[in-house]
Design a protein around this ligand. Sequence first.
Ligand SMILES: Nc1ncnc2c1ncn2[C@@H]1O[C@H](COP(=O)(O)OP(=O)(O)OP(=O)(O)O)[C@@H](O)[C@H]1O
Length: 262
Amino acid sequence: MSDPLIDVDSVSVALGETRILRDVSLSVPSGSFVALVGPNGAGKTTLLRTINGVLTPDRGSVSIDGRDIQSLSSRAIARSVATVAQDTTVSFSFSVRDVVAMGRTPHRSRFRRMEREPIERALERTRTAELADRSIETVSGGERQRVLLARALAQETPALVLDEPTASLDVTHQVRTLGLVRTLVDEGKTALAAIHDLDLAARFCDAIVVLADGQVLARGSPETVFTESVIEQAFGGETRVHIHENPATDSPSITMLRSGDP
Ligand SMILES: Nc1ncnc2c1ncn2[C@@H]1O[C@H](COP(=O)(O)OP(=O)(O)OP(=O)(O)O)[C@@H](O)[C@H]1O
């Protein structure tokens, strides 16, 4: 397997008096797409915010491409990792194109004109070009989520960190968005995404990390991680799953069953 682009080593994070992450280790090999799954409150957002340098671990370390992020400036981190946060609300009235252009900030300098090409390419790839002249305040929640993915693509970083990138999307756009991330990874990017839909995670990702109660419960290929016992341990006794092979996608297909379902 190739070297890890993102390496999280024994990270612990406390917020206020509460310890949120305990001794979390994971690595995202260069050129792979890894899903972070787990119940609400497991610590997924906290972990992603530690990986992009917003939060500082009180123990352990995070490295990007072999460099400890504590030693990097925020500009250097932003040239390595582009993030789409879970909360996509915006409180400014820029056009969609201007929002996507913000992705170029870590590459700008007083001496260089802003390159337009990465912005237009990001708009095209996320199918948001037709929204480009609209105010970001007027687009729908799902469209805004795709615009913020476009901003992350315009940042032209080796790594993408995505917190529930399909949360506001209809089923077609969920598949399109994860399909786009898969294509970007196949072209050379590396992605780590918190994903609630286990079936989509199994379909699009190379590896799965299950986080529960601030700790890594399991990690590995979708086939090895998505067992009934791991899922029931992570999501609690009320959750049962039906796992079967999906010959069309060559990945396990997962149906969540609620209590009362046959
Ligand atoms: N600033 C804070 N102070 C104290 N506790 C916090 C703070 N921010 C988050 N938490 C708690 O940390 C835990 C982990 O939150 P986090 O948002 O990382 O979980 P998550 O796995 O991303 O959840 P979800 O699937 O609901 O998005 C939760 O119990 C949350 O209430």
